[in-house]
Design a protein around this ligand. Sequence first.
Ligand code: CS2
Length: 465
Amino acid sequence: MTAKLNATAVLTISSPGVAVFDYPRPVQPGVVHLGLGAFHRAHQALVFDGLLQSGDPRWGVLGVAMRSTAVADTLKEQDGLYSVQLSSAGKTRCQIVGSIVQTCVAAREPEQVTAAIAAASTRWITLTVTEKGYTAELAGLLLKGLAQRRVEGHAGLTIASCDNLSGNGDKLKALCLQAAGDEGLRRWISDRCTFPNSMVDRIVPAATPACSAAANAVLGVADEGALATEEFWEWVIEENFADPEDAAVLRGAGVNVVASVKPFEDAKLRMLNGSHSAIACIGAVLGLPTVFDCVAQPEIRAFIHALMTEEIIPGIARPDAPAYRDALLERFANPALNHSVHQIATDSSKKIPQRWVPAAQSQLDCGGSVDRLALAAAAWMNYCRGEEEGGATFALNDPQAANLQALATQYKGNAAQTAGVMLDLPGIWGESLSCDTRWRVRVKHGLSRIQALGLRGALAEINIV
Ligand code: CS2
């Protein structure tokens, strides 16, 4: 039987293609991270790993899974260690990450989370709890720890939301302040803690058994926590830290610390994530399993290129948006990623408000075209039927799944009625867009073209225009 990756086994790894940290791992975490998904483990945990490697011991992480126990327990058995395979431009290298020094599960060990938030050694809280995770329950968890911290007289914290939400730090701050019953605690949070807005980017597909198999082959030990990702990463964060000296520290680790993240956030949410959601709905309906498979289809690639060029970039302030678009298309075409369209289509009703709506609104505000955004919206409505064009069925994974599927199938073959009820759904399109006749007409038209020509035909038609 192959030995398991852990603090002892890691010492035996000496393959030339594997980078292993050589810092003493801190015992006390300095960062409490909520949301122990693949993204954090292949993105920020590597930034913190780099800081630890540079000799700054304050960046060890307590990785908190919100509910599911599997990852936290797997990592615990491996002393927090796991490998990440980074592949781009046909080259792959492997790195073992040492920054996650403890793990726990918030739903199972809430007192450990409270104690860690209150601990003197903790300086940061980071969060990747997904778009639907910004709940009263999350606020309650944070507030319990912060209240204890205040009583114990420790310094304030930098609390960094890293989810794909516009103004993510502002949203988290508002949630916490609203939920803090006690005026004293509210003031302490306002005065001592900061909630920087941030944009994080790296394409990290959910781990598959193939990741572990590939990791086991290079490491010579079994790694049940193995992940695969791309070389590219970006973390842009607003300069708003409880400890102002962190700005220089993060810059030294390659983080882009800026006065305003807005141009970066808009570009990322609308261009990368907006394209991703369009690709995901199209791919799911056409039975194409991954983003790579989708952008290998000329009509899908041309559609996404034009979607960004004609209807998203006009509203984007990030410099070099066309170069950013080209780099994104190249990243989507990375054959090593195996990024499942169904993973990206998950929770679309919570993603569309950040990804498509502001771009469509910005186009309508200046009289620009929304035909492609409307076709993407129609493709989502088609996706909500839970059926590929070839007839195979799939499960929707969305907080509103049952309702969405009922609405999408209710008026079989009637595009205007189907689009009408789905555009009336509250909380997705925003007040202004859902009432805008220009938008409603284009979405209805898009859905009717999909019904008439099939999705591939509707894409081919719009690509000619
Ligand atoms: C994706 C993102 O699953 C999704 O919705 O669009 O996870 C995307 O891969 C990341 O935001 C890239 O930084």
